[in-house]
Write a protein that binds this ligand. Structure first.
Ligand code: XMP
Length: 514
């Protein structure tokens, strides 16, 4: 089945993924391609519409990102955003130059509501601007459909050629009616039907996996995180017990987590699959004994994970397919999709494919953003608590214990963390913060318990709000919750006599302690 697609042509802007997500929120499938992508390839995709993103350059400077003018002759509607709008004007004979007044921030824009782009949008609407250059002269054939005090051409259209351009960013939430504008573009201008729905994605994926796998054997490394859980359930629905999931308990999971994963995916759970739990705690603890350097700990945990998995895979013998929970942002960030080439240094099961004997990789979530993975999970009937799990790093509590790891410390941090999570959830704050946990500082200090002097550890509580985990704010958790958690931790967890709250944002701190 061919799905209708809108293409985002990426000129290096920081909001490129956001544009694609907003389009998908309209139930229209959207993919990001670098501006370096060959025109023939874009044409072959038969897009229903194309969006040019913003970007940091000046389009009139030599060497600035550009695209062949042929794209405007395709007859496919194009929306240029910020740099994209300037480039469109520049290429089609308009004029772009340094703006006399730089516009930055939320700015009131006056729109012409007779334009399809602004149908049902207010005449005066707040939009997000961020530009040093401006369009001083439109290209021939265009008319202006929005302006601000300093920007005569805040938006323009050439309806005959189905070309639209906005100097502001409709994709960011600061543009109050931006979603409406994008929806107008994809439905009114491009004529999309909106066929990108999670129920049909799930159904279609199951069918395709079934066809591809036939009676082959499939292996999946299950961590219990959202991505690998959704991938595993999708596979299980498609091929049942031809799927084997290997779950490695490295002893650095949260309290009771191993049992929780087993309850869902194990033989007593609802899914048809082979579940292998490897209790490798001792192996990891002995490899990690005395190691204090964070990156070394990460490396040991990552490598040992591969060793354990490799051993299990050998027992199973050759398999036909290996499942990976890769999601769309991983694809884009690794430079395959868009223009951004930031590669995250954290990878949960990096390198696994090199060590397992298989013929082909299956990445059923490769096209999905995280929120879509969650929707697919709900569609598949996976319990809410698994679907809405907060992120948990691959090296687990290993990077939440500062300094050397011991089983006793693991237990301390597990118990304190469980109390903190319980109290946050009980107060309804679990929906208000994006990540929260306890970490064991390597600090011991003097305290008094009853009449006794103690010399015990300090635990740090952390809770952050963030949209992308690249930057984060320390959450202003009510004192009541912190107070109650503190007294429970010092009373219930042995060897902790002090509780600290981390007030630092990222930057300058990071979310994790190591
Ligand atoms: P930082 O500590 O870099 O964390 O601010 C940002 C996000 O990434 C997660 N994180 C990791 N995830 N392996 C992972 O799979 C890692 O080594 C790792 N380190 C940090 C962290 O939990 C947060 O969500």
């Amino acid at each position: 089945m061919k799905r209708e697609t809108v293409v985002v042509l990426d000129f290096g802007g920081q909001y490129n993924q956001l544009i694609a997500r907003r389009v998908r929120e309209c139930n229209v499938y959207c993919e990001i391609y670098s501006y370096k992508t060959d025109f023939e390839k874009i044409k072959a995709l038969q897009p229903k519409g194309i969006i040019f993103t913003g970007g940091p350059n000046s389009c009139y400077e030599p060497g600035a990102p550009t695209y062949t003018k042929e794209i405007f002759e395709l007859g496919v509607p194009i929306l240029g955003i910020c740099y994209g709008s300037q480039l469109m004007m520049h290429l089609l004979g308009g004029k772009v130059e340094k703006a006399p007044v730089r516009e930055y921030g939320k700015i009131e824009v006056t729109t012409d509501r007779t334009s399809d782009l602004f149908a049902d949008v207010s005449e005066k609407t707040i939009c997000w601007m961020s530009h040093n250059d401006y369009i001083s002269q439109m290209a021939p054939g265009f008319r202006t459909i929005a302006y601000t005090d300093n920007c005569p051409y805040a938006a323009m259209e050439n309806t005959e050629k189905k070309l639209y351009a906005t100097q502001f960013h409709p994709e960011v939430l600061h543009t109050q009616e931006g979603q409406k504008m994008l929806s107008n573009f994809v439905f009114r201008v491009c004529g999309c039907a909106g066929d990108w729905k999670m129920d049909s994605f799930v159904e279609q994926s199951i069918r395709q996996i079934r066809e591809k796998v036939g009676d082959g054997k499939v292996l999946c490394a299950l961590s219990g995180g959202v991505d690998s859980s959704v991938a595993a359930v999708l596979l299980s629905k498609a091929v049942g017990n031809q799927l084997t999931c290997v779950f490695v308990d490295h002893g650095l999971l949260r309290k009771n987590e191993g049992d929780e994963v087993e309850a869902v995916f194990g033989p007593d759970g609802p899914y048809d699959l082979n579940f292998i739990r490897v209790n490798a705690q001792e192996r990891f603890y002995s490899k990690l004994a005395g190691v204090t350097e964070p990156e070394k700990k990460r490396k040991i945990i990552g490598e040992e994970f591969i060793r354990v998995f490799e051993e299990e895979a050998k027992k199973i013998g050759a398999v036909d397919f290996l499942v990976q929970g890769t999601i769309y942002p991983d694809v884009v960030e690794s430079g395959v999709g868009g223009e951004s080439t930031v590669i995250k240094s954290h990878h949960n099961v990096g390198g696994l494919p090199d060590y397992v004997d298989f013929k082909e990789i299956i990445e059923p979530l490769r096209d999905l953003f995280k929120d879509e993975v969650r929707k697919a999970g709900l569609e598949l009937g996976i319990p809410d608590y698994l679907v809405f799990r907060q992120p948990f790093p691959g090296p687990g509590l290993g990077i939440r214990i500062i300094g050397a790891i011991t089983p006793e410390k693991v237990q301390m941090v597990q118990d304190a963390d469980a109390i903190w999570r319980e109290e946050i959830a009980a107060a309804g704050w679990d929906k208000k913060v994006n990540q929260y946990f306890a970490a064991l500082t390597n600090m011991q200090s003097v305290g008094v318990m009853g009449d006794e002097r103690t010399y015990d550890y300090a635990i740090a509580l952390r809770a952050v709000t963030t949209t992308d985990f690249m930057t984060a704010e320390s959450a202003e958790i009510p004192w009541e919750i912190i107070g109650k958690t503190t007294s429970r931790i010092v009373n219930e967890v042995k060897h902790i006599n002090r509780v600290l709250y981390d007030c630092t944002g990222k930057p300058p701190a990071t979310i994790e302690f190591e």
